[in-house]
Design a protein around this ligand. Sequence first.
Ligand code: BGC
Length: 504
Amino acid sequence: MVGTGPKRQPSRKGSMADVPHDLLGEIKRLEDLFTVDTAKLKAITDHFISELAKGLSKEGGSIPMNATWCMSFPTGHEQGTFLALDMGGTNLRVCEIILPEEKGEFDIIQSKYRMPEDLKTGTADELWGYVADCLQQFIEYHHEGEKLDKLPLGFTFSYPATQEYIDHGVLQRWTKGFDIEGVEGKDVVPPFEAALKERGVPIKLTALINDTTGTLIASNYTDDEMKVGCIFGTGCNAAYMEHAGECPKLEHMNLPPDQEIAINCEWGAFDNEHKILPRTPYDVIIDKDSPRPGQQTFEKMIAGLYLGEIFRLVLVDLHSQPHVQIFENRDISKLEKPYSLDASFLSDIENDPFENLQETHDSFEHKLGIKTTKPELELIRRLTELIGTRAARLSACGVAAICKKKGYKTAHVGADGSVFNKYPHFKARGAQALKEILDWEKDRDGKRLGRGRDPVEILPAEDGSGVGAALIAALTIKRVQAGNTVGVKDVDGMLEGCAPMKGK
Ligand code: BGC
């Protein structure tokens, strides 16, 4: 369970006693730049709430608030065998998921494939060909010699997509450093299906989903207090269940106002108009040099893809200042290479337990060829704390905004992603920020805060892009079979030859 205060490493006190004046001054300047105080957190959250509503309006706003056509939480009794394909930022994962009779249970087999870096900026044909090859390999390996009917597939495509139907999705824009020509503005399903057909792979795409929607549904499958699904990983985003009556942009669908529909917020786009977020000059450079300047303002301050780059830009900037003595007379050419440091480099520094920051010293030497001094190490450590803390506190604004919009006084929020799971103190720092924003006085059970469970807790999620994708495929088939075909394009295809496989 997540407590309310950041847990300090007891083994390291740290001391700035030997840090010379110029570096101390810079540390102070960085603290001012990167610290987001309670008042600012609250102001960001309030603006966030109005932007969530704007995204649901007919006019729209900068947060897309995409309707997903996932129309209910699972009951826990979904059954069958499903395939799931996860195309996230770094890896491609293919899974077979068995939902057995027992409530909330599942079995999973999976294979991971590294996404080749050059695929991210290659051609659409190469992308879909690679994805279809991985699926084909998976099926040939796990079902060798079997005669298969069409297998239902939940495809987790973790990019903003406009969905008029659950088996359709027009890519709004690439994020997370992807830049493949000829995909934006088009439905991704036909070229994907064509690549499968070309290879004779017996698969029926049943649901195209976002990783956050999968996280929401998978988490709720095992814990029905889970009301929000978040990803804090290479990218960052959230999904939650909204009432159709709160979505003016869906008015033309004539859904009952209390009909539930999962909304993929795509909150990475929050504040693209730069009204409220405390952006630093480094955030401005990240945006300017990215493949999509002006997009994903919130994400670029929080997500794993950018944390290492923010850190790197600060250090290079300090080195270039004549009045700051950092890495003087040392070769920093390796540090000058954009995106040469990832978030795990920062995690390792924050995790360094030694008073003299020996591990940090060694990683600077091994990775960057820079021999660091003790004062430089103190600055480096403080900088990672500032960047990591800012990311966690800003993330909490999004969570608080959804809870406030929905009127949730208590809730579980399912979170996944490398930053949430691996970045030191991210959970505790986020919990601390939630406490400040939501003005809690007591914990969930009316006891003093910090003793038990916080009213809103961000907890590790179930596997959204595996189990979640399978569940959404199951829920879709179930509702189509029951005659509810709203938001489904290929109704016949879904009813024919796409019965969920029987559990083995
Ligand atoms: C994408 C979202 C996704 C998030 C986390 C963002 O860059 O736009 O669709 O949910 O990353 O993977």
